[in-house]
Design a protein around this ligand. Structure first.
Ligand SMILES: Cc1ncc(COP(=O)(O)O)c(C=O)c1O
Length: 400
């Protein structure tokens, strides 16, 4: 039995069966490359679902983690730590929100956002407890996040869910206007639906949401867990539209590869909703994760990676338009910056498998979309290699 076979057997015996990863075991990464136990090399355009913003084992991030691990690893919220303070300050400086709460994941950031919205109205004596979200959205797996998620298949068997939550079609302002009322605490929307299939909000949609919520006296939450920290070419995707939310979330790349999430809001909302002891997290804002996040933000600035995301997004669009002209199964190029979706006329899983066999790691979004989330420092040659592999994989008999 090979080392890989032995590991896979142990995985099947002891891991809970809610994941179905392909049969290889990752052991090492460097930049855009990943290696398995058999020494096979992969080009990694999955990046741990958009987490590894600078690729694997970036020297600046690795050094920051090592230094922090040797200095101070945990204080909890009982005491201030210098990295927590510094990261809050940095996130405030790149967003419209002055106040930051740190947690450990995207779903916790969403949970904090929903709780902040409800508590804000509770403290103001207003009977607003409702949330309006969109069909096809993804906001996480805790009860709050799962309830506002607009994918009933993910909710099946977990009810009863949170009360007072409704969903309307993404991009439909009239439906949103009709759904938001005097009982609505907040509207929660992804500026680009990620997990749902890389659907970019139609022009004017985010501004329309702002207008509707303002008029109705409800809060507006942008879930930037997947779109944030530069992936679309701006720090946060809604910044392309000059629309300011009341609350926003961040996670994935914000921890530079370590578990970290953030809920951001305004001074005014935080002062009312987040009084002492109203919300907390033991691990949230762990100094090692914050140090990794700070190092990641530094590199994004130093290496001009927001511009690289925008530029490489353009390169991807050109490359995949050329692929589409040869492979009609590729129906549509979707996305912004380095959040890329290739919409097919068929299920995307066989293509993902054929790419894997050729050494390219991808994820899927929705049933028919191959999702590419390369690191923000990806170069043109790697993008070309990915496009070549995908075009070849599309001709594989298992896909074609
Ligand atoms: C927009 C959005 N919100 C929330 C989440 C949940 O994040 P996590 O898996 O870190 O809990 C995700 C994860 O993919 C996401 O894309």
């Amino acid at each position: 039995m090979t080392e890989t076979q032995a590991l896979l057997e142990r995985a099947l015996r002891h891991m809970t069966p809610n994941y179905t990863p392909p049969p290889f075991v990752a052991v090492k990464g460097a930049g855009t490359r990943l290696w398995d136990t058999d020494g096979k090399e992969y080009l990694d355009f999955a990046t741990g679902i958009g987490v590894n913003a600078l690729g694997h084992a970036h020297p600046a991030v690795a050094a920051a983690i090592a230094a922090q691990a040797a200095t101070l690893t945990h204080t909890s919220n009982t005491f201030y730590n210098d990295k927590y303070i510094a990261l809050c300050e940095r996130l405030a400086s790149i967003s419209s929100c002055a106040r930051v709460f740190l947690c450990n994941s995207g779903t916790e950031a969403v949970e904090a956002a929903l709780k902040t919205a409800r508590r804000f109205f509770f403290e103001n004596g207003a009977a607003r407890t409702g949330f309006v979200a969109t069909h096809n959205s993804f906001h996480g797996r805790t009860y709050g996040g799962l309830t506002v998620t607009g994918q009933p298949n993910l909710q099946q068997g977990f009810g009863p869910l949170l009360p007072d939550v409704s969903h309307v079609p993404y991009g439909d302002l009239e439906a949103m206007r009709a759904a938001v009322g005097p009982k609505t605490a907040a509207v929660i929307v992804e500026p680009i639906q990620g997990n749902g299939g890389i659907l970019v909000a139609p022009k004017g949609y985010l501004a329309g949401l702002r207008e509707i919520t303002k008029k109705a006296g409800a809060l507006l939450i942008f879930d930037e867990v997947q779109t944030g920290i530069g992936r679309t070419g701006k720090w946060f995707a809604h910044q392309h539209d000059e629309v300011v939310p009341d609350i926003m979330t961040s996670a994935k790349a914000v921890g530079g590869g370590l578990p970290l999430g953030a809920m951001l809001t305004t001074d005014a909302i935080a002062a009312v909703a987040l009084k002492p002891y109203s919300h907390a997290s033991t691990f949230g804002g762990n100094p090692v994760a914050c140090a990794a996040g700070l190092a990641t933000l530094d590199v994004i600035v130093k290496e001009g990676l927001l511009a690289n995301c925008a530029r490489m997004g353009g390169v991807a669009q050109e490359l995949f338009q050329a692929v589409a002209s040869k492979r009609p199964m590729l129906k549509e190029f979707r996305g912004r910056g380095l959040m890329v979706g290739l919409a097919l006329d068929r299920p995307a899983k066989p293509l993902q498998k054929a790419c894997l066999a050729r050494g390219l790691l991808t994820t899927t979004a929705g049933n028919t979309v191959l999702r590419l989330l390369p690191p923000l420092n990806v170069q043109g040659a790697e993008m070309e290699r990915a496009a070549t592999i995908i075009a070849e994989a599309m001709a594989d008999p298992s896909v074609a």
